[in-house]
Design a protein around this ligand. Structure first.
Ligand code: MN
Ligand code: MN
Length: 270
């Protein structure tokens, strides 16, 4: 009996109730570590999301989070933008006002609406370590519609593993082109990307990813003239890995990664 129970727990299963799973279950894209000497790739683990932070860019390199209906509730949007005082001592702390007047939004990586299970879960998304300077059209149209589509997938019985990141320098917000904000403490990214892995609710998730699992990858310019239709920007995971030097989905078997990461999603867009 005991052995059977242990065996059942380890085997991946589809179906069953939605759960809150490890935000990094599909891997750590840049091998980030919680060591302050690694100032360009510093690991910050929170219950609500996990990220790699770059001290000198004043932004995350990437943020990963798990999304299922178990994370969703009725908590109100807290709107309490604030510095993340869990960064190592002596590091510049980007504040709620660091982007003020720049023409860029404080763009969430892990969205407010993906963490509504409690006020404290929602509040965690307003830490400035979860923000990038994002062109308003990018944030409020293209990105917002992709975030809404993700929650549509969750509402139909799926769980998602999402990683958002950015690279390069220089973007065009509503007040024109900038490379940095806040006296150089914040870098304006050139490109903003996202990778979304879609699985039916279940357990043992990394082992359930197959070469036919749906993976949506997008890479957008940080530009206010962006097309509001996110599907215009679909690309392969391989292209994002090449642009960033990261290894996405590293907890998935190598043969599955090879097939999946070369594909460009052509599934439904709403
Ligand atoms: Mn799961
Ligand atoms: Mn990979």
């Amino acid at each position: 009996m005991t052995m059977l129970a242990a065996c059942t727990e380890q085997e991946p299963t589809a179906g069953g109730p939605a759960t809150r799973d490890d935000n990094l279950a599909l891997g750590n894209p840049s091998g980030a570590v919680a060591d302050a000497t690694q100032y360009g790739n510093y690991l910050l683990v929170k219950p609500q999301y996990t990220l790699s932070y770059h001290r000198d860019r004043g932004t995350p390199n990437w943020v990963s989070w798990h999304l299922s209906s178990a994370w969703l509730g009725s908590a109100a949007r807290q709107d309490d933008f604030r510095a993340d005082n869990t960064l190592p001592a002596g590091w510049y702390q980007v504040s709620a006002s660091s982007y003020s007047g720049s023409g860029f939004d404080r763009g969430h990586n892990c969205p407010s609406a993906d963490r509504t299970g409690s006020s404290s879960d929602n509040s965690a998304t307003f830490l400035m370590s979860n923000m990038i300077p994002q062109a308003p059209q990018n944030n409020q149209q293209t990105w917002a519609s992709l975030e809404n589509y993700c929650r549509t997938l969750v509402n139909s019985g799926n769980e998602l593993y999402i990683t958002m990141g950015q690279y390069g320098k220089g973007g065009t917000g509503s007040a024109g082109y900038y490379t940095t904000l806040s006296s150089g403490h914040v870098t304006v990214p050139k490109r903003i990307w996202k990778v979304i892995v879609v699985l039916p609710n279940g357990t043992g998730d990394a082992a359930r990813v197959t070469s036919s699992t749906r993976v949506i990858a997008v890479d957008t310019p940080n530009d206010n003239s962006l097309n509001p239709n996110w599907s215009t920007y679909r690309t392969s995971v391989d292209a994002i890995e090449q642009a960033t030097g990261y290894d996405l989905l590293s907890a998935v078997s190598g043969t599955v990664q090879n097939t999946l990461e070369a594909k460009v999603d052509n599934g439904p867009v709403q």
